[in-house]
Design a protein around this ligand. Structure first.
Ligand code: BGC
Length: 519
């Protein structure tokens, strides 16, 4: 149920009649809150990690390193602590493990119940974090947030027929969540005592509550009633949610879609077939390369990073707010242009922009900060650095951010969809975890070179897109297989000998027959 599902009846090529009913509104609210909470958790930990009251309570040794100026110590290592990064990263490890089983779980329980369970787990996680007395409570809270995240993320990705800008609504809500977190961290940092981080962490309970309450009032969807064989109930529900008595056309399409879904039961064995090799490669490499752009170094740790290189507490948190704004508005740029200028152009523009900014930002830090002396950064210098970080974030936010989930939602055919989506989400969570866990240690060892390291990956990723990612703009789902067959490289993989060609033809005829019988 992507944010786009709020208008699902109108977003596909067919326009079904219907009114905006409470069901549609609750669906929108839950979908928006899922993206929001996901982004909030990305954005909140870095700011909290840089707050003195939080560090002194939970990580006293890091706190001591931060306030005691030790001339011999390496300043890049001020925050280096595996336990501190575990506070951020544990969420993604939990989400990775849950996402491997979440698709079975959501299929069995239905969307309403998975949302409810996800919402309650989220709520518990945020309350535990807000009330934390020790590091264990903090980490268990983050783990619960990760467990709750997987079913929500999965249901957001599910409806593949939502194309173009609508599919990117989830990403936009993530960026809004990150921005809210940055803003709240900035506001709460003004409070003294322990309330600042408690409020920052505890406020995640607000969207969690919306998801929980919303899913209590959310009726079972026609799709999930149909999947469980209740056709009459599904029709009555459809009439209720559309607010009109005649829903025949949409109902017939739902029956056809549900029959088609029943035919596809072997997504995991299908996905390893040679003819789906391009999709499998994309399901692994797109989310991996997205994380290797280094974006979450900024999203998670901007305040810590800026503090390390000499910004004051206030300056670090304001910088994070500015970055959050740039991230959100640049995502809008992508949403409004992607169906006109295409996915490849945005990727191929965004990549080099990010690369150049990473090289400049790394060099600015190197010149000013060197590799071991205390920083003494002038205001002008700091603004320059922030400007290049912002241009880097903008490049990500109109390319690798929203397009990765968009392309993934376009290229996986029904036969492999559930498996490919699980792989996509798990790989994303795995690399998010690695970056979150390794960042402070990498900063300590690579110093300013960290920017060059991720810059190198951005270049590799851009070359990968240039060579291997076909354009999917304006390609109808049923013609999507052709993009691989027309591609200079993938054509060799998917149809390079008789056996594969014949098998492909048989499969194509079967899927055509299925399509014909549904029309
Ligand atoms: C990524 C997240 C990242 C966010 C930043 C998403 O596409 O998957 O890891 O934090 O973009 O806006």
């Amino acid at each position: 149920m992507a944010v786009g599902a709020c208008v699902s009846a109108r977003s596909t090529k067919k326009v079904y009649p219907g009114k905006t009913t409470p069901f549609v509104l609750i669906t929108c609210l839950i979908a928006a809150s899922s993206g929001l909470i996901f982004g909030y958790d990305v954005g909140i930990s870095g700011g909290v990690t840089s707050m003195e009251s939080f560090l002194s309570k939970f990580f006293p040794s890091v706190y001591r390193k931060m306030i005691v100026a030790d001339k011999n110590a390496n300043p890049y290592c001020k925050f280096d602590s595996q336990l501190l990064t575990a506070f951020t990263s544990s969420l993604y490890l939990a989400a990775l493990i849950t996402s491997l089983s979440a698709s079975n779980f959501t299929r069995t329980l239905g969307r309403k119940n998975s949302m409810l369970i996800g919402g309650i787990i989220f709520l518990l996680g945020s309350l535990l974090n807000g009330a934390a007395q020790n590091v264990a409570m903090l980490i268990i809270g983050r783990i619960l947030l990760g467990v709750g995240a997987a079913p929500l993320y999965l249901s957001e990705m599910a409806p593949v027929h939502l194309r173009g800008m609508l599919n990117m609504g989830f990403q936009l809500m993530i960026t809004f969540g990150i921005f809210c977190a940055n803003l709240i961290n900035y506001a709460t940092s003004k409070f003294t005592n322990n309330w600042n981080w408690r409020i920052s962490l505890g406020l995640a309970a607000v969207p969690a509550m919306i998801i929980t309450l919303g899913s209590i009032f959310l009726p079972d969807s026609p799709n999930s009633l149909m999947a469980r064989g209740h056709h009459d109930k599904a029709r009555t529900m459809l009439q209720k949610i559309r607010g009109i008595p005649n829903v025949d056309e949409e109902f017939d399409d739902l029956v056809a879609a549900s029959d088609e879904l029943k035919m596809v039961q072997h997504a995991w064995s299908n996905v390893i077939k040679r003819k789906y090799r391009p999709q499998l490669v994309m399901a692994v490499l797109l989310p991996a390369l997205q994380q290797l752009t280094g974006i979450n170094v900024i999203m998670f740790y901007a305040p810590v990073l800026f503090k390390t290189i000499g910004f004051g507490s206030n300056g670090s948190l304001i910088s994070a707010v500015i970055i959050g704004l740039v991230n959100m508005f640049s995502t809008l740029v992508s949403i409004f242009t992607v169906d006109k200028i295409g996915r490849r152009s945005l990727y191929l523009e965004g990549g080099p922009q990010m690369f150049i900014c990473q090289i400049i930002a790394g060099t600015l830090i190197a010149i000013n900060f060197g590799s071991s002396e205390e920083a003494n950064m002038s205001k002008l210098y700091a603004w320059f650095l922030l400007a290049f970080v912002c241009i880097y974030v903008a490049g990500f936010a109109w390319s690798w951010g929203p397009l990765t989930i968009l392309v993934a939602s376009e290229i996986f055919p029904l036969e492999i969809r559930t498996a490919a989506q699980s792989i996509f989400i798990s790989v994303n969570m795995f690399f998010t975890f690695i970056v979150a866990q390794a960042f402070l240690q990498m900063l300590c060892h690579f110093k300013f070179g960290l920017f060059y390291f991720f810059g190198g990956w951005v270049m590799i990723s851009t070359v990968f897109v240039y060579l291997f990612l076909p354009e999917t703009k304006n390609i109808p789902i049923e013609k999507m297989a052709l993009v691989w067959k027309d591609h200079w490289f993938w054509s060799k993989i998917v149809a390079d000998d008789h056996v594969h060609k014949e098998q492909d033809d048989v499969d194509e005829m079967e899927s055509k027959k299925r399509l014909d019988s549904t029309i």
